[in-house]
Design a protein. Structure first.
Length: 604
């Protein structure tokens, strides 16, 4: 959600780097963009509603050779997506500019105060109070001092960069919850909300901690805490291959990320299994701690929540330990009650999901052990948890999550098997089966051509229903979310046995119903639910365990080779992802950047 890029150097032009960095952050989701340069005599600024191509057409009007600037891709929260509401925002005299991620909760109070003092506002955003506060506190002459004073007035979860045309050799950065990273170069330094923005220039980085403020010049980085004391933040080396963040010949990032899943699964499992056992230390845990675990609380949002539901099923069935799964945005407001020896697992692809982080902090306040599953090294979730397991999926660019989702399931499966082993319920067959998943994944991808036909038929419709039982129901929830996210079809998921309790009234002639059948022990029950919708005229598409008999009462069958039902979710996810992808393509939608959505949801 929103992207920040900054550049300050001795000689090099900031503009090309900032624009390139913003392009690498497009995956986060945005509806407008802008760039500001700290040129002598004033701030040079251009911004535009829509995609970066619209902004690119305006860059010729900006000053050239300016070595200090900031850029932003905005996902609208306060104020509609318009040119005026796009970032950066400036003060009354055009000498200070800021870009901002997150929310300023007390912006209305500050805005009223500043207007009474004679300041003139142009936008409807909460962000615009920041440059005006900096102006009020003398930011044109002493940007660092003004930021330090103004920042004490702001309430919310945010990160921002500030520049001044009077001090064009520095960028001031502040982090309060929202991520902010400094890239370290030679005679120039970079800032961004995501590593990928500057990986083409450097792999050396410092991650700002919550509460940090940094003064960044071409040769120096000075980081201070809330008390104004200089603090040291470790320099880390980012080992992502920049080619992983490029499409590699695929028409869309989403298709690339679906197709590379089997190889990503190998990366996720590498070193975490020895013989017939999961190695707990390789997923950030110890046998001694796992022995003490009596309850588990999973908190997550969106796709990660669906992964958590599968994790619950696996942990309870394999390790016989009770698990609760809650949507993060609801959990902390529900006065949660957690037993002693509860392990709290937070799942977040970015590690920056605001609601999930708030739950994580609440759990720590209550004295519980916290464990994060994330794809992002150095993320807030990773740093603020007692332990972390990385999914090792590599950069995921498409807004709709695919490989991050299936690797989350894999990590949860590893946890379930480690707990099962330590609590006296070992399953060496499942451990060995995990190592076969990459091969099985490639086999599934090789037989997915029928999904295209299915997508062509769905593309002209308006509604589609997904049903399943047990883990298949959790998969159904993820399948319907994917198709809604990128094709804008109305879709709903239901436990198959619940259709008769109301939803069956919506089934009529030719209504498409997608049924997932990999739970062998309840397959006969699911068949009876298929017959119910068939009797009302539904057209049924089945994603089916290939060991189930021929002749099931479905109109179109897509087989998935499942050796062990407990490991089926990652394999059965592939046709669901491809169905959403090809349906969106057939409808002519923007697959990688669906409307109204963002990759990393850093506001509540």
């Amino acid at each position: 959600m929103c992207g920040i890029v900054g550049f300050v150097g001795e000689q090099n032009d900031a503009l090309p780097f900032i624009f390139s960095g913003l392009k690498r952050l497009e995956y986060r989701g945005y509806d407008s963009a802008g760039i500001a340069l700290a040129a002598q005599g004033g701030i040079g600024i251009q911004k535009a509603r829509g995609k970066l191509a619209a902004l690119g057409e305006l860059l010729g009007a900006m000053p050239s050779g300016v070595p200090c600037g900031i850029g932003h891709t905005r996902w609208a929260t306060h104020g509609r997506p318009t040119d005026i509401n796009a970032h950066p925002h400036t003060d009354c005299h055009g000498e200070i500019a800021t870009v901002h991620n997150g929310i300023i909760e007390n912006f209305q109070e500050l805005r009223a105060e500043l207007i009474a003092l004679g300041h003139h506002f142009l936008s409807d955003t909460d962000t615009e109070v920041i440059p005006h506060l900096l102006e009020e506190y003398g930011g044109a002459h002493d940007l660092e001092g003004a930021v330090r004073t103004a920042e004490k007035r702001l309430i919310g979860a945010y990160a921002f960069l500030a520049i001044s045309s009077r001090q064009p050799d520095r960028i001031i950065a502040v982090r309060r919850t929202s991520p902010l990273i400094i890239g370290l170069g030679d005679g120039e330094n970079y800032l961004a909300s995501d590593f990928s923005a500057f990986l083409s220039a450097t792999r050396q980085a410092q991650v700002l901690e919550n509460g940090d403020m940094a003064v960044v010049t071409p040769h120096t980085v000075r980081i201070m805490n809330l008390a104004g004391e200089t603090v040291e933040r470790p320099i880390m080396t980012v080992d992502w291959d920049i080619r992983q963040a490029e499409r590699g010949g695929y028409p869309h990032f989403m298709l690339k990320e679906i197709m590379e899943q089997p190889d990503v699964w190998s990366d996720c499992l590498l070193g975490r299994i020895q013989g017939d056992r999961v190695v707990p230390e390789q997923i950030g845990l110890t046998p001694e701690y796992l022995q003490r675990v009596k309850h588990i609380q999973i908190i997550a949002a969106g796709t990660a929540y669906h992964a958590g539901l599968i994790g619950k099923s696996l942990i309870e069935s394999l390790a016989r330990i009770p698990v609760n799964v809650d949507v993060a945005s609801e959990f902390r407001y529900a006065h949660p009650v957690m037993e002693p020896d509860t392990m709290v697992i937070a799942i977040s692809q970015s590690g920056e999901t605001a609601d999930t982080l708030a739950c994580l902090r609440l759990a720590r306040e209550l004295g519980h052990f916290t464990f994060s599953i994330t794809n992002t090294v150095g993320s807030t979730a990773a740093r603020e948890s007692d332990a972390v397991a990385y999914t090792l999926a590599g950069p995921e660019i498409a807004v709709a999550s695919t490989k991050a989702y299936t690797t989350q399931i894999l990590v949860l499966t590893l946890i379930a098997l480690a707990l099962a082993d330590i609590h006296g319920h070992p399953r060496p067959d499942l451990v060995r089966g995990l190592l076969q998943l990459p091969l099985l994944g490639h086999q599934v991808l090789d037989v997915m051509e029928p999904v295209k036909d299915m997508a062509e038929r769905l593309a002209s419709g308006h509604d589609v229903f997904y049903i399943g039982r047990g883990r298949d129901y959790a998969l159904a929830m993820e399948g319907q979310l994917k198709i809604k996210e990128i094709s804008y079809l109305h879709a709903e998921a239901y436990p198959a046995g619940e259709l008769k309790h109301g939803t069956l009234a919506l089934i009529e002639e030719n209504t498409p119903v997608v049924v997932i059948m990999t739970e062998r022990d309840v397959a006969d029950k699911t068949v009876s639910n298929i017959l119910e919708v068939k009797a009302r005229g539904a057209e049924v598409w089945g994603i089916v365990d290939s060991s189930l008999p021929v002749g099931l009462p479905i109109d179109h069958r897509i087989d998935v080779a499942v050796d062990l039902p407990e490991l089926s979710p990652v394999l059965a996810a592939i046709p669901l992802q491809l169905l959403a992808y090809y349906t969106a393509v057939a409808r002519g939608e923007d697959v990688d950047q669906p409307r109204n959505l963002a990759k990393s949801v850093t506001v509540e």
